[in-house]
Design a protein around this ligand. Structure first.
Ligand code: SF4
Ligand code: SF4
Length: 390
């Protein structure tokens, strides 16, 4: 994607893998108990919406068996890119499923068929405002009372667009938590969108510029560690940036849960205050399945005295997606909430009072779902819980 004459784009990038699916159908259900695994397949109930169908759709398009048309766009975009299929799939194609789905979107955009208008509006706003929410760039730190930030520090907190403009409590709590822990950190007022909303919807042209701008900001801060409280930003910085640049980043990228747990392991953080509540934890797809961060949030929660963590039926690799990712929240608003309602029902079945997660985008969709179904579950981020206990 970074400029270069021989760089493959769209479906050409995944050509090698699209014939690797023998249609064994293992991706449709969880190995554990044959519970549903794929939100897209379960909702639309047609083969092409499941993982295997989309792989063969890519094969058909690449080999001229199928022709591009408007109907194919819905199938391509009706997928939150949750990655549940890649956890169940035991064939070699499993490692490439998300790449194939994203390549389909990149190809659709390059051919003028995608994305949906709301997703295009996000892209346009990223170019105009450096965030997908049509908010002025100058308002990015409006959630922060204390505007005097250090120019350089050991740690840079990368807030992300959703926490900066929509889930400000998460940004405030993370700031407060890092302060209470005496972390040498700063935030850049010139932070740009990480690029996730554009990348996930196949709108890749803006990505090289965003990477350059954010990398310059990271370098200028002098930080050795970039900490983020958003699962989507985390996946993009940790996995996509090095992949696109073709080299490791000269910074450590940590999710706030990894950062906090590291402090705990080093003996620099001990939680003494009791919190006698029953909670359950939702694994954000981009943090868990995509990046393998399952244990750290759970270990933090287990270190809180009197807190009882009750797990849902489908957890870790087998979690049911919140429904917001992959452009589904903007492209299929009602369906995104329906996926989250399914997850909230599962959370309610545990008897927990609170649902904790580690991503502002999951939080947002769960809050919309709770409102829609009238759930009494209190929903908040792990940092919101922690900041009052330190
Ligand atoms: S995507 Fe994987 S699990 Fe699903 S049908 Fe193809 S090979 Fe089987
Ligand atoms: S990424 Fe998730 S929604 Fe998309 S095909 Fe795989 S399991 Fe289904």
């Amino acid at each position: 994607m970074i400029a270069g004459e021989n760089i493959k784009t769209g479906l050409e990038k995944v050509k090698e893998w699209v014939s690797w699916c023998p249609k064994c159908n293992s991706c449709k259900y969880l190995y554990k108990d044959y519970a549903e695994s794929c939100p897209a397949g379960e909702h639309f109930k047609f083969e092409t919406y499941w993982s295997s169908g989309k792989v063969w759709l890519a094969y058909g398009l690449l080999n001229g068996i199928l022709k591009w048309n408007e109907n194919i766009i819905k199938i391509i975009y009706a997928c939150p890119l949750c990655g549940a299929c890649s956890m169940q799939c035991q064939q070699d194609v499993s490692d490439h499923l998300i790449e194939i789905f994203e390549a389909l979107r990149e190809e659709a955009v390059s051919r003028g068929f995608g994305p949906y208008s709301n997703q295009k509006a996000f892209y346009d706003s990223i170019i105009a405002n450096n965030n997908p929410y049509k908010e002025p760039h100058s308002n990015r730190l409006n959630w922060l009372d204390q505007k005097e930030l250090k120019t350089t520090a050991e740690v840079l907190y990368f807030v992300g667009c959703t926490s900066s403009y929509r889930e400000k409590e998460l940004a405030k709590s993370t700031f407060e938590l890092l302060k209470k822990l005496n972390v040498d950190f700063t935030i850049s007022p010139d932070e740009h969108c990480c690029g996730s909303p554009a990348l996930r919807t196949g709108q890749v042209n803006v990505i090289p510029e965003l990477i350059k701008k954010n990398m310059d900001i990271f370098k200028k801060s002098g930080a050795k560690t970039i900490v983020t409280s958003c699962a989507g930003c985390y996946r993009t910085l940790k996995i996509d940036y090095p992949k696109i640049l073709g080299k490791e980043l000269p910074f450590e990228i940590l999710h706030i849960s990894e950062f906090i747990f590291k402090l705990m392991k080093e003996g620099k953080l001990k939680i003494d205050k009791e919190k006698p509540i029953k909670i359950t934890y939702h694994d954000p797809c981009h943090l868990g399945r995509h990046a393998g961060v399952f244990d750290e949030p759970r270990e933090i929660l287990k270190n809180i005295p009197e807190l009882e963590l009750i797990e849902m039926r489908r957890i870790r690799e087998n979690s049911w997606c919140c429904g917001a990712g992959g452009g589904v929240k903007s492209g299929f608003k009602d369906w995104a909430v329906k996926i989250a309602i399914d997850r909230l029902k599962e959370a309610e079945q545990t008897g927990a009072e609170d649902l904790i997660t580690s991503c502002p985008f999951c939080l947002r969709n769960f809050k919309d779902a709770a409102k829609s179904m009238g759930s009494n579950l209190k929903i908040f981020g792990i940092v919101e819980l922690l900041k009052d206990l330190i």
